[in-house]
Design a protein around this ligand. Structure first.
Ligand code: SAM
Length: 284
């Protein structure tokens, strides 16, 4: 019987952010594959876990994945952990998960913290649809190109960013995406946690000094403004239809307009303006 591969999420700062199940699995598996064994040792010591730990990082990911697969095929259970958060998310884990799946080894997620989700839920920006873009390119040209590709994406944009690049990235984002609400979530779950909210241009100024731009950070940018215009267009397109339907049902014109505007999320003034434009002055 082959063993099981567990992808185990660990804290992103605060050591208490680990599940009971994660601790049990780290105690029970035969091997823990760590991004950095010295880093993970602190967590293991904190919870009295003495399981064998071996290194598994981006530089040896391919070779180690093959070795770990052999262990799994021979019946050992293996857990992957990264330095922080969820393995496989801008961290090693993907290669081994793929190999394991191809070889028929069971892959089990053990969910827990991830910086992108923690930052998103506290950002105050829409959570219903988001695009996680990992790390943006380090060079400005490539970064601006990537941002331009995402300009019309109708979703909250989330990126990991290094402190020495945050100011430049905020400036590029302002120039390419235009002024938008954004959030820099810094040092989440740690003593100096900060969730800085503001417009892109304000945040670019705020994080332009080295003292401010410290620690680990997630950048979140509001969705394309275009989206609300498109929504208004779409709503306006069905306005006349809805008003007519209500009128045909015997609702008087004023009430029909009020009801249709509310249903479509338009202000009464906007709805009136749109209806005049659409029907002409015939029936208004
Ligand atoms: N696998 C991790 C996860 O699930 O969040 C992410 C690993 S990635 C190599 C590291 C990046 O995650 C950092 O550069 C930073 O952008 C973000 N990050 C990790 N811990 C963080 C924290 N406590 N506060 C803010 N951002 C953090």
């Amino acid at each position: 019987m082959p063993g099981t591969l567990y992808l185990v999420a660990t804290p992103i700062g605060n050591l208490e952010d680990i599940t009971h199940r994660a601790i049990r699995i780290l105690l029970e598996v035969n091997v823990i594959a760590c991004e950095d064994t010295r880093h993970t040792r602190k967590l293991l010591n904190h919870y009295g876990i003495k399981t064998r730990a071996i290194s598994y990082h981006e530089h040896n990911e391919r070779d180690r994945a093959t070795e770990l697969l052999k262990l799994l095929e021979a019946g050992s259970d293996v857990a992957i952990v990264s330095d922080a958060g969820t393995p496989g998310i801008s961290d090693p884990g993907f290669q081994l998960a793929r190999l394991a799946i191809e070889s028929g080894v069971q892959v089990v997620p053990v969910p827990g913290p991830s910086a992108l989700i923690a930052a998103l839920i506290a950002s105050g920006l829409p959570t219903d649809e988001f695009l996680f873009g990992g790390f943006l390119p380090a060079r400005s040209g490539a970064r601006r190109t990537r941002l331009a590709e995402l300009r019309s994406t109708p979703a909250t944009l989330i990126f990991y960013e290094a402190p020495h690049r945050i100011a430049a990235t905020l400036r590029d984002a302002f120039e390419i995406l235009g002024e938008r609400e954004a959030v820099v979530a810094r040092e989440l779950t740690k003593i100096h946690e900060e969730i800085a909210r503001g417009r892109l241009s304000e945040l670019a100024t705020r994080f332009s000094t080295r003292e401010r731009a410290r620690g680990e950070m997630v950048l979140i940018i509001d969705r394309a403004v275009i989206e609300s215009e498109t929504k208004t267009e779409a709503a306006a397109a069905s306005l006349a239809e809805l008003v007519t339907t209500l009128e045909n049902e015997g609702v008087d014109h004023r009430t029909a307009l009020k009801k249709a505007a509310r249903a479509l999320g338009l202000s009464r003034d906007e709805a009136y303006r749109r209806l005049v434009a659409e029907r002409g002055h015939r029936r208004i």
